[in-house]
Design a protein around this ligand. Structure first.
Ligand code: SAJ
Length: 459
């Protein structure tokens, strides 16, 4: 069965499914279709399904033109994505670069979307790209992985490859997904009749240099046969695959990558707190340290930690270790410092207004940028929201401007961006730079605002 599957994938003679058509799943589905597979995207959101089948993309990284080319709404463009075997610079030695592209230009496959899981009965492979948030108590919520696995189990058949991509704690693939798949049909054997692997996503929305096809991808199979089949499946769309010894190792790699960022961002934020005590400019110190040509990596203080990855993923790791009676101290400490930053910046606003003889109470304050990082419209876990909430708690009249976020509703907070920034700048008592979108004219802001508290050190 293993050889049969590998041949199917190598000949692009496979029908594959992607469950979860968000910023990870849709680009992956498109990449598989461009590589020549027949692809069925599965999502519970009927609006997403219909938009895809109309060739209309709702994901910034995928243009509707690209989508329409693989959903058959438009003749495939002349340049199909190359499947060249360009190994990325510094490719890990263990990496497997894909064999040279097939001699014949692969005919782009066809992508269609559906909300009906029964298509899995005829699929040779399925990738799970569903969200893995934290629940209200801050613990991992893998309910979406459960429900996707439940559906796959119903349609599991001989000769099926399953790859979990959602970021999760080490052990999920082998202790949660595998047992559920085995429950339905004891006759099916892992590594013989069906193949299971974990391969973490490394999609950074908005990036144009590292994309789904050229970002090295780590992959770990439950058995060596699972790894071989999963590598054949993914080699069609991903240029560099990095095999590791198990799904658990692959799960841990992703958590380490993002914990690395969370901890270093926490250290940069603590540098700010320490430099404050020392009367030093943290950015000056960090920028000077960054001139070290080796052994240093620059992170900068900010308003706090936003996004759907970095504030969340490390808690999957610390939660798992707590079940093993181990306290992941760096993760907890970084989280403590990062979540404290909005309060620090509100104190800076209070002190600055106080120096100008004003209280926060009754002052008009304009927050620039509510997205969690520059040039995106994503607000998940955005620290700007905490800054707004804390300023309002102190009686401030808070407005915001964000060219990427015309309005938002968040936990009872409902706001609309001011439309005329030029007017607003001179009408408020204090401007807070929360997100340093490239569109802002920082010189104008510096000259028009009476007072600026700059969490991004752009002014
Ligand atoms: N931040 C700082 N200081 C820094 C860097 C970031 O305060 O030095 C803040 C950002 O403003 C943001 C949060 O931390 O609020 C997270 O920033 P991020 O640059 O890590 O951006 P993300 O959340 O989009 O992270 C994604 C991740 N991609 C994946 O998980 C696949 C991350 O692994 C990438 O390294 C990161 O993009 C990237 O490099 O852009």
């Amino acid at each position: 069965m293993k050889e049969l599957m590998i041949t199917k994938f190598e000949q692009r003679d496979a029908h594959v499914a992607v469950i979860g058509l968000g910023y990870v799943g849709l680009p992956l589905a498109v990449q598989f279709a461009q590589a020549g597979y027949r692809v069925t995207g599965i999502d519970l959101d009927q609006r997403k399904v219909e938009a895809i089948n109309r060739g209309e993309s709702y994901i910034g990284d995928i243009s509707s033109e690209t989508l329409a080319a693989v959903t058959g709404q438009r003749a495939a463009s002349s340049h199909a994505t190359s499947n060249g075997s360009t190994a990325s610079a510094g490719t890990p030695t263990a990496a497997i670069t894909q064999a040279a592209a097939p001699t014949t230009q692969t005919q782009a496959g066809i992508l269609r979307a559906t909300a009906d899981y029964s298509v899995l009965a005829e699929c040779d492979a399925v990738s799970i790209c569903v969200p893995t948030p934290l629940n209200k108590t801050g613990d991992p919520d893998i309910s979406y992985i459960y429900s996707a696995t439940e559906q796959i189990a119903q349609y599991l058949h001989r000769g099926m490859a399953i790859v979990l991509e959602s970021t999760t704690y080490p052990g999920t693939t082998t202790e949660v997904v595998l047992p559920r798949l085995l429950e339905n049909d004891r006759a099916l054997q892992i590594g013989k009749d069906f193949f299971l692997a974990f391969s973490p996503e490394r999609v950074d929305p908005g990036r144009t240099d590292w994309l789904t096809h050229n970002t090295p991808k780590v992959i770990g199979g439950v058995t060596p046969e699972c790894l071989a089949v999963a590598i054949a499946y993914y080699s069609a769309a991903i240029e560099t695959l990095v095999p590791v010894s198990s799904p658990n190792a692959a799960e841990m790699v992703k958590l380490f990558e993002n914990t690395f960022r969370s901890v270093n961002i926490g250290l940069a934020n603590e540098m700010l707190l320490m430099c404050d005590k020392l009367g030093l400019d943290a950015w000056e110190v960090i920028d000077a340290a960054a001139t070290k040509p080796f052994g240093f990596m620059r992170f900068t203080p900010g308003p706090g930690l936003g996004g759907h990855c970095i504030p969340i993923d490390p808690h999957y790791l610390s939660w798992k270790l707590r079940t093993l009676a181990y306290n992941a101290r760096f993760i907890e400490l970084a989280s403590e410092i990062n979540t404290e930053m909005p309060r620090y910046w509100v104190q800076q606003v209070q002190d600055a207004l106080n120096d100008a003889g004003r209280a926060v109470k009754g002052s008009r304050i304009l927050v620039l940028g509510v997205a969690y990082k520059k040039n995106v419209n994503d607000m998940r876990e955005s620290p700007a929201l905490d800054i707004i909430h804390l300023l309002e708690e102190k009686g401030g009249h808070v407005y915001y401007h964000d060219p990427h976020v015309p309005s938002f509703q968040h936990e009872g907070m409902e706001m609309v961006s001011v439309t005329d920034l030029h007017v607003a700048l001179s009408m408020v008592d204090c401007v807070v730079v929360a997100t340093d979108h490239d569109v802002y004219d920082w010189d104008e802001i510096r000259h028009k605002a009476a007072l600026v508290v700059d969490t991004r050190h752009v002014i």
